[in-house]
Design a protein around this ligand. Structure first.
Ligand code: SAM
Length: 375
């Protein structure tokens, strides 16, 4: 028996898919994110925007600088901070200005092994970085807060269902035959209620996933910012209407990653491969509504970077249109191209921006909404 079959056996021989995914990703010993070897990043299974190029953090640092000029030094909270690439990139970009822009930095990372790797990497920063394990440990502070989460929500366990007779049946993972295998059961109450709330009827045989905890997690996160906050969530996802449209994603969005290869079988090597499922942006919108936050925008990553000042940053660093085409300029442009790629990250990754209090107008200005660009 594999470790995960033993775990499922100990839980009665069958678990709903979200419980299986929780084990596969976060089991303290065997989970994908518990491994001493970092699964993602340059040498890993897949790239995120902060690990693909420091230009992501660099442009983000522009937004922080602009914001701090208006509301004063900020508390920056990076949730699901991973290997620390984002925080390291922001601090490096701000350089000597870091303590004018940031009052402090909080890094929230669930995995102990990833957290300790980060502590090592960020030991020498000029700004104090605090580490915590859970979002629930965050408390509102005196300073205006900027929350950032890159690929937090698509790394959470999801329930998996299939359309049957106008309703849904839920997928469980069964180890009756020794190895984990799919089985179908009537949906648990909360699963049926979720899909009813989305007002979508799945077609016969259509597969779909849902992160039932997303709304609650996002409410908790937003509440940590108090009354003056800006929240940027970078992730793969769609609004419910598109996420559950059978013409686009009849097979659901659950995907596996291993060595930059995309797969569809989450039962293949639990703990050794990444599992990810798209975010339903409506869940995060609902959380914002409850907390009286305002949506500033939901844009593809490329549009976010352009709005936040990518062109000016390139000019200021002598890398604009008139720059000499030496090797360094070409490498930089290739990196930026990856972030802007209309066939990849640039359009598939989206940035949801929500704000509260004085941050609403500041964010609109920082992201060129006042300048008449399409919003
Ligand atoms: C896909 S990686 C993204 C890392 C990083 N943000 C990036 O974009 O490079 C997801 C990370 O989220 C962490 N994570 C998952 N759930 C979390 C939670 N509830 N609180 C904090 N970190 C979490 C995982 O341990 C993992 O390091």
């Amino acid at each position: 028996m594999t470790w995960i079959a033993d775990e499922i056996e100990a839980r009665g021989g069958a678990v709903p898919f979200d419980e299986f995914m929780e084990l596969a990703l976060y089991h303290p010993e065997h989970g994908y994110y518990s491994s001493a070897e970092l699964g993602y990043g340059r040498g890993g299974d897949y790239l995120t925007a902060p690990t693909a190029s420091e230009w992501y953090s660099r442009i983000f640092a522009r937004v922080l600088s602009f914001t701090a000029r208006v509301v004063g030094p900020l508390r920056l909270v990076d949730v699901a901070s991973g290997d620390g690439s984002f925080i390291a990139g922001v601090l490096e970009s701000l350089g000597a200005r870091a303590d004018e822009v940031l009052a402090d930095v909080v890094s929230v990372e669930r995995s102990g092994s990833i957290r300790s790797r980060q502590v090592e990497r960020l030991a020498q920063t000029s700004i104090r970085v605090g580490w915590i394990e859970r979002i629930s440990e965050l408390k509102p502070a005196g300073e205006s807060t900027v929350l950032h989460a890159s690929e937090l929500y698509d790394a959470q366990p999801v329930v998996r269902v299939v359309g049957r007779d106008g309703g849904v049946r839920e997928f469980w993972i069964d180890v009756g035959g020794g190895a984990p295998a799919w089985s179908e059961r009537p949906p648990r109450e909360e699963v049926a209620a979720y899909f009813e709330r989305q007002r979508v009827t799945l077609e016969e045989g259509q597969i779909a996933e849902a992160n039932l905890a997303a709304d609650g997690m996002h409410r908790l996160l937003l509440s940590a910012a108090g009354d003056c906050g800006l929240c940027l969530v970078l992730d793969y996802g769609y609004e419910a209407r598109r996420l559950y449209d059978p013409r686009g994603r009849g097979g659901g969005s659950l995907t596996t990653f291993h060595r930059h290869r995309l797969g569809r079988d989450p039962l293949e090597s639990p703990g050794k491969i990444d599992l990810t499922a798209h975010v339903n942006w409506d869940d995060l919108r609902f959380a914002a509504k409850v907390g009286e936050w305002t949506e500033v925008g939901l844009w593809p990553l490329a549009e976010f970077l352009v709005r936040a000042g990518l062109e000016d940053e390139l000019e200021e660093r002598g890398l604009g249109m008139d720059a000499d085409l030496d090797a360094a300029t070409i490498t930089t442009r290739q990196e930026i191209k990856r972030l802007l790629d209309p066939e990849g990250m640039g359009s598939d990754l989206k940035v949801l921006i929500q704000a509260k209090g004085d941050m609403i107008d500041v964010a609109r200005e920082a992201l060129s909404i006042e300048l008449g660009i399409r919003s």
